[in-house]
Ligand binder design. Structure first.
Ligand code: EPU
Length: 331
């Protein structure tokens, strides 16, 4: 389809256009598109558009997977490996896992986006990351070659993977394989989640999912109501000396230990300290309940969001000497 509106394909709700939009239902259909020369650069492969900021129209082809299917590949007494189509909505997959009693992704409930993008972004919440359950990632490249990347090859770290690197733009994820547990081992280290479950007499997959959904709904805006892309920035990882200097000046600073040399601090806290929480710059705003989320108050353009992001970054740098970097991909 030509001159296609991307409004429904970006959760900021920005009114931008792509020259062409190609959607495929299966790996075979993707290979057919490649063979017939339809997948020619420039192209951009998107998922649910929940981590994208279009700064202008896209002069090229936007590709989107609708590959479905959830199949069990292997199973033993304790675990199972499932192969999941990249086009499946992430939370539909989580809901199905919880219904079937498969443990591993319940802390990742309600994260917007699709399964393929979850493996690109290494989505994470409440102490769990996608990489903790990924076994391997199936791909097809723009030349039509298939390759399966084992988890160890995917270079996973905090909100990062091999698939985010510049040279990987022409590698498309078709399926992701996950290992899930049949016998629950809950991850309840995250304080907010532990607290939400404290009054629960019995903890099971369903109660954990409900608690996560409840926390998210109370803090994060629903993109259907208020355009946003979840956390706009990544939480910065600081060297220990820099962190210690900050902690002396701001004894209340929250933090997560990374390793002996590094400490992660919540960007939301830094932004709130700069007075941005609930403030607007034109039609772009900093969400009133979670300062890490930038929102489209209505009619914002990508440039409006970028202007706000820059102003926020500058304030944080001026006050704390800390650089915060976007988690959202600018297109
Ligand atoms: N905080 C503030 N003010 C704010 C926001 C947060 O002081 O406006 C403080 C909180 O009080 C808390 C700390 O910062 O002490 C952490 O806040 P929160 O639990 O809300 O988590 P986060 O670090 O802001 C990260 C992820 C989220 C994920 C949550 C829960 C990133 C960039 N974000 O946010 O992921 O849901 O932890 O695990 O790592 C996303 O990536 O889009 C996303 C929503």
């Amino acid at each position: 389809m030509r001159n296609y509106s991307l409004r429904k394909h970006n959760t900021f709700g920005l009114d931008v256009y792509a020259d062409r939009f190609l959607e495929y239902q299966s790996e075979e259909e993707l290979l057919d598109l490649i063979r017939s020369g339809e997948v020619a650069p420039p192209f951009l492969h998107i998922g649910g558009g929940s981590n994208l900021l279009f700064t202008k129209d896209y002069d090229g082809t936007v590709l989107h997977s609708r590959i479905a299917g959830i199949n069990i590949l292997a199973e033993d007494e304790d675990t199972l490996v499932v192969r999941v189509g990249a086009g499946i909505v992430w939370d539909d997959f989580v809901r199905l896992c919880v219904e079937r009693g498969w443990q591993g992704v319940e802390n990742l409930s309600l994260i917007p986006g699709e399964v393929g993008a979850a493996a690109v972004q290494n989505i994470g919440a409440y102490g769990v990351e996608a990489k903790d359950v990924i076994v391997s990632v199936e791909t097809v490249d723009a030349e039509g070659r298939r390759k399966i990347y084992a988890k160890e090859e995917c270079d996973y770290s905090y909100r990062h993977s091999l698939f985010k690197e510049e040279g990987m733009k022409s590698v498309f994820i078709t399926y992701v394989r996950f290992r899930l547990n049949k016998k629950p081992r809950f991850s309840l280290d995250y304080r907010a989640l532990r607290e939400a479950l404290a009054s629960c007499p019995h903890i099971d997959l369903k109660t954990v999912r409900e608690a996560v959904v409840h926390i998210r709904q109370s803090k994060l805006p629903d993109p259907k109501v208020l355009g946003n892309a979840g956390s706009f920035f990544m939480n910065p990882i600081l060297s220990r000396p820099l962190f210690e200097t900050l902690a002396r000046a701001y004894p209340d600073i929250p933090f997560y230990e990374v390793d002996a040399r590094r400490v992660k601090v919540p960007a939301g806290w830094l932004i709130e300290q700069c007075g941005w929480k609930g403030k607007n710059l034109g039609p772009a705003g900093v969400y009133e309940k979670q300062a890490l989320v930038l929102v489209n108050q209505g009619g914002a353009t990508g440039a409006d969001i970028v202007a706000l992001a820059k102003a926020v970054q500058e304030s944080v740098y001026k006050k704390f000497g800390v650089e915060i970097r976007p988690e959202v991909l600018f297109v």
